[in-house]
Design a protein around this ligand. Structure first.
Ligand SMILES: Cc1cc2nc3c(=O)[nH]c(=O)nc-3n(C[C@H](O)[C@H](O)[C@H](O)COP(=O)(O)O)c2cc1C
Length: 207
């Protein structure tokens, strides 16, 4: 399905008919240029009062129609996500001088998908997911280390996924690609779902 174009000069790194394919290509390029964590996204949520919140998480998959990351389902971010059903993120690559912005509806991935990703993690990371009650107060570091010890003894060498841990998928209503240009004359193209939430309408924006 071809996007509807409201501009005539979407070329170079912006070219293509699918924003997920473009996102993947940019991330792939960043994997060889960024020093650390090319897949880091600043994930934004709002609390019950509409107060914004943001933190970094790692984007683990770009699917045909969504962006996936993993976290603790009892964390602050998860409460905010489950309450509002909405999220946004931005990823910025200093090495490429590019950013991608995404806004959309967010929901849990299937248990099966979370199981698959969880089992790919190191045993230490898996134990950590059990030991850390993410976002709740912790008396001191020793208490966390004690909890890791206890969980290591309890869970053995192949810990299953804790029920409080898994993935979220953002299904975008809007994706914006930004690339640095000379004299602050940057290039921006925003992809918005049209009224029936199916086709993409692509618009060039002023920098
Ligand atoms: C580079 C980097 C990567 C991170 N990746 C994740 C992640 O994938 N999942 C996660 O839950 N937290 C991740 N964190 C920690 C979060 O930023 C945050 O501290 C934590 O998820 C608790 O956030 P919350 O209290 O808003 O729920 C990462 C932090 C950094 C700096």
């Amino acid at each position: 399905m071809k996007p509807v174009e409201l501009s005539s000069d979407r070329v170079g790194v912006f070219a293509g008919d699918d924003p997920f394919v473009i996102s993947k290509a940019w991330l792939e390029e960043a994997r060889s240029t960024e020093i650390n964590d090319p897949n880091a996204i600043a994930l934004s949520t709002v609390d019950q009062d509409g107060f914004p919140n943001a933190r970094i998480v790692l984007l683990k998959d770009i699917e045909d129609d969504g962006f996936v990351f993993f976290t603790n389902y009892t964390s602050t971010k998860a409460s905010e996500i489950l309450e509002s059903g909405k999220a946004a993120f931005v990823m910025h690559w200093k090495s490429l001088r590019r950013q991608i912005r995404v806004r959309g509806a967010i929901s849990k991935v299937t248990d099966a998908d979370s199981d698959v990703y969880f089992s790919s993690r190191s045993v230490f990371s898996r134990v950590g997911a059990w030991a850390s009650d993410q976002s709740s107060p912790l008396e001191n570091r020793a208490a966390l280390e004690q909890q890791v010890k206890k969980m290591t003894a309890d869970l053995g060498d192949d810990p299953r996924r804790p029920p409080h841990w898994g993935g979220f998928r953002i299904a975008p209503i809007e994706i914006e690609f930004w690339c640095d240009g000379p004299d602050r004359l940057h290039d921006r193209f925003t992809w918005r779902r049209d009224a029936d939430q199916f086709n993409w309408v692509v618009t060039r924006l002023n920098p």
